[in-house]
Write a protein that binds this ligand. Structure first.
Ligand code: 0A1
Ligand code: ZN
Length: 886
């Protein structure tokens, strides 16, 4: 902390190479919740590329017992500790450091470093948690080989795990035992992990394509072994997929997944010892929904894929985080899409990705925390594990594939590994590999990494019937973001198709294009501020389908008429744009209705045109379409996404307008909704496959429409589904529908809680459903916080109630009296003392405060100032609130 108590900003441009490189690390742990002794022996040598002869080590919350250099204990005058940096000046070229420290895992509620969860030990070292375990050059460009000796009480911690291979284990005195692990690969400290716990595992020997056999394990607490099958299956699928799609093989003999109930994020890719939030491991039909199953597949894949993209090739510094995260998210997205295997399934996953971008990334890119995919500065790196670095980063990687083709992308990946295996590199190195492997100039593409903000692509068209030319004129702009008032043009792939009057794709002939003859989608490369693209031999004015498959993370402006949108909604062969046409039709109406509610204060005079209703009816009953697609098409844009379209956000009006629209659709399509509800049942044994999940999704969407303003029969439908559901997807959907129907759902909530009181992840759902219910105001949330099952200490639980209220219930969170803002401030402060990372995420619920009406703005500002004025804030929260207020 600097004297004025504002935490320091770290800049990418200030990067310097490490002064010393580490060869080997030997760690000895005497694990005790109150007093863990860590003995650390590091061999290091001076880095010839560095002018400095000072050894720089990081350490936090550690008690230093002894520090020896080349066998001699250093006196306190021979090194200095300033904040979290320990410096040993004028060190020799070859150094062996021996460091003994103490830490107190049981008091570590931040869940970074070594901590205790349900009586067992776990670690989380990314990004800068290793320094809470021992002194070390805790930066990702210092890669070393690790040997780890774990010692602990055998009865309490029968399982001792760390990275790599188990090379020795045995008994010690006093009921203690030990295990020694050796990781054959060099790695940065953030990939270190240990687990000392009372756990059981499902294990399997698995044969790689090469014929080599590996041991796969999924470790969980006793009582959860009935919930590990899907994670294990997903792991095997991931291993196979990476072999087939990218030629990448598992490099270890043993790969472990461990589930822990207290975890800040989704999971962590520690080398050979992935540690997971239980939410992304545990599943059986009774407790997990289809969405949970999909999440497990994606996260197991994600962490596994990191083994190459992140671990074998890692990041030079944390500004390069998207090098591993954007790429690995792209890989897990492609994995999930390939697991479904059909074109329509692939499109459904793509639509989900677009929804996430609009729901979370576009708002981030337009708010006070906006940052480039490769940020230029940060105060607290933990605040930069964002949707921009992850999801927009994945979009950036996807654009390489769109520009270079699948084969070209694969060539780029191969070159990337050939060049950089075992190295810590930059986003620019990845771009260079893509460019060089394909002989392409991708210099302008760099702007996707350096410029924040969501580009807007604006399209105009003109048709010349005489010359039979159809021109698409594309222009681009990008709004200013903090520190970046002016933007240069991006290199934007815009995939385009043209529909004829029958809705058929026209074979395209792009002037100057080199696409295959007869292609019906071509990728236009927009690189200038404005460009004209001419299609020849076009016999009639077509309807353009622009930005197919959402080929770039941009906002597309085009003055579609309703008729054109309806045409696309009925016919577009590109499922993403077909869905998009429906979203545009809905959004136009939602915005109009919201404005009317804002002006008149109620929904009495609102009307919804039959054109839209009929389009929805036609889509709903179109059995040629995937149920999963129909479900997505029938979901109206969320309240958050609607809010993003408004100059001045009126959350209650949005809610009223959207509810009106849902009620009207529900009433008008009642017959079809009921028919589809019955037609999409999935009798028999539960399976999470995409087709079955899609049917359930559609069926449950029908149910939710039927229950917006239910009659007795409709209520009974939901009640019966709740009572007889054979899986959590259907049970939870019925309960949510009942809660949202406005009828008294208390007895169902009670029954649900009674059934699942011992299933923490289901109790999370129980809190989450209530938090997001339209009737739940801040007083109700405070009451739920008094429930014996509620605690702020467990991140999943805190998020389930608090975040689902602040982010998932905008009409109540933005109650006119500002009471929920005061609640937010209280909670941010209280959480900050427990877990700064979780607190900072909550702090971000206020990001968009400047977009609300003045009366609300004023109250939000007060709440932000109240938090900012606290003297003992973490860097995490301080960065978020100060940027919000800036
Ligand atoms: N690298 C992990 C995400 C992660 C980041 C930070 C954590 O603790 C502060 C934990 C996990 C991933 O991308 O899955
Ligand atoms: Zn990741």
């Amino acid at each position: 902390m600097r004297p004025d108590s504002t935490p320091a900003t770290i800049y990418r441009k200030d990067y310097t190479v490490p002064s010393y490189l580490v060869e080997t690390v030997e760690l000895g742990f005497d694990l005790d919740p109150d007093r863990t002794i860590v003995a650390n022996r590091i061999t290091m040598q001076h880095n010839p590329a560095s002018p400095s002869r000072s050894i720089v080590l990081h350490g936090e919350e550690l008690e230093l017992v002894e520090l020896r250099l080349n066998g001699r204990a250093l006196a306190p005058t021979e090194y200095k500790i300033e904040g979290s940096v320990l410096t040993i000046p004028r060190a020799p070229a070859q150094v062996v450091l021996e460091i003994e420290t103490l830490c107190t895992p049981v008091q570590n509620t931040s869940l970074s470093g070594l901590y205790v969860s349900n009586g067992s030990f776990y670690t989380q070292c990314e990004a800068e948690g290793f320094r809470r375990i021992t002194y070390f050059p805790d930066r990702p460009d210092v890669m070393a080989r690790y040997t780890v000796m774990l010692r602990a009480d055998k009865a309490r911690y029968p399982v001792l795990l760390s990275n790599g291979n188990l090379i020795e284990s045995g008994e010690l005195d006093d009921g203690r035992h030990y295990a020694k692990w050796e990781d054959p690969f060099k790695k940065p400290s953030y990939l270190f992990a240990l687990v000392a716990a009372r756990l059981v595992c499902q294990e399997e020997h698995y044969t790689l394509k090469s014929g080599r056999e590996v041991l796969l394990q999924v470790w969980v607490e006793e009582g959860n072994l009935d919930k590990t099958d899907y994670a294990m299956q997903s792991l095997k699928n991931s291993i196979r997929w990476d072999e087939e799609r990218f030629g990448l093989e598992l490099d270890l003999d043993r790969f472990m997944i461990v589930a822990v109930g207290d975890f800040n994020m989704g999971a962590m890719e520690n080398k050979g010892l992935n540690i997971f939030n239980t939410k992304f491991v545990l599943a059986n039909p009774r407790v997990a929904t289809d969405i949970d199953y999909a999440g497990i597949e994606a996260v197991v894949g994600h962490e596994y894929f990191h083994n190459w993209t992140g671990n074998r090739v890692t990041c030079r510094d944390w500004f390069q985080l998207s090098l591993k995260e954007g790429l690995t998210v792209f890989r897990d997205q492609e994995f999930s899409a390939d697991m479904i295997g059909t074109d329509s399934g692939r499109a459904v996953t793509r639509i989900d990705q677009v929804r996430t971008l609009r729901q979370a990334q576009f708002p981030e890119d337009a708010g006070p925390m906006a940052h480039p995919v490769r940020p230029d500065s940060f105060v607290e790196i933990n605040n930069f594990y964002t949707v921009t670095v992850y999801e927009k980063g994945a979009e950036v990687v996807r654009m390489y594939q769109t520009l270079l083709g699948r084969d070209g992308f694969r060539k780029g990946m191969d070159l990337y590994f050939a060049r950089h295996d075992g190295q810590a590199v930059e986003c620019d190195d990845f771009r260079a590999a893509m460019a060089d492997a394909n002989g392409r100039d991708l210099r302008q593409f760099e702007r996707w990494y350096s410029q924040a903000g969501t580009p807007v692509v604006s399209a105009r068209t003109r048709y010349d019937a005489v010359k039979r030319n159809f021109d698409i004129i594309l222009s681009q702009r990008c709004p200013a973001t903090a520190g970046q008032p002016d933007k240069l043009p991006f290199h934007i792939p815009v995939a385009v198709g043209l529909l004829d009057a029958n809705g058929k794709d026209l074979p395209l002939l792009l002037e100057g294009g080199d696409h295959p003859k007869g292609a019906t989608t071509v990728v236009l490369e927009l690189t200038e501020q404005e460009q004209i693209f001419r299609f020849r031999n076009v016999d009639e004015r077509p309807v353009p389908s622009i930005l197919r498959d959402f080929s770039a993370p941009v906002v597309l402006e085009y003055d579609y008429t309703d008729d054109e949108l309806l045409h696309l909604y009925r016919h577009d062969s590109d499922a993403v744009n077909r869905w998009e046409a429906g979203q545009r039709l809905a959004m136009e109406r939602l915005l109009k209705l919201t404005a009317q509610v804002s002006a008149h204060g109620d929904a009495a005079a609102l009307k919804l045109d039959s054109t839209f209703i009929e389009a929805q009816r036609a889509l709903l009953v179109d059995e040629a379409l995937d149920p999963a697609f129909r479900e997505l098409a029938l979901i109206l844009p969320s309240e958050t996404i609607i809010a993003e379209q408004m100059e001045v956000v009126d959350p209650q009006a949005i809610h009223t307008a959207r509810q009106f629209m849902r009620r009207t659709i529900g009433a008008a399509l009642k017959t079809e909704l009921l028919a589809q509800y019955h037609a999409n049942q999935t009798p028999g044994a539960y399976s999470p496959d995409a087709l079955s999940a899609g049917k359930r999704a559609l069926k449950n969407l029908c149910l939710s429409y039927l229950l917006v303003a239910p009659d007795a029969a409709q209520l009974q439908l939901a009640q019966q589904q709740f009572d007889h559901a054979s899986n959590m997807t259907d049970r939870a959907a019925a309960l949510v529908a009942l809660i949202h129907s406005g009828s008294d759902a208390a007895s169902y909530l009670d029954a649900f809680y009674q059934d699942f009181a011992n299933e923490a992840l289901v109790v999370d759902k129980w809190f989450a459903m209530q938090a997001a219910a339209p009737a739940t105001n801040v007083a109700a949330v405070r009451k739920l916080m008094q429930h014996p099952a509620f605690t702020l200490k467990n991140p999943n639980r805190a998020r389930s109630l608090i975040f689902n209220f602040t982010n998932g219930n905008p009409a109540q969170f933005h109650a006119a009296d500002g009471s929920a803002y005061a609640f937010w401030a209280e909670l941010v402060i209280e959480l900050d003392a427990i877990n700064p990372q979780v607190a900072a995420r909550l702090a971000r619920s206020m990001d968009r405060w400047r977009r609300y009406a003045p009366a609300l703005q004023e109250k939000m500002k007060q709440a932000l100032e109240q938090v900012a004025a606290r003297s003992k804030l973490s860097n995490d929260v301080q960065e978020v609130v100060s940027k919000a207020l800036a």
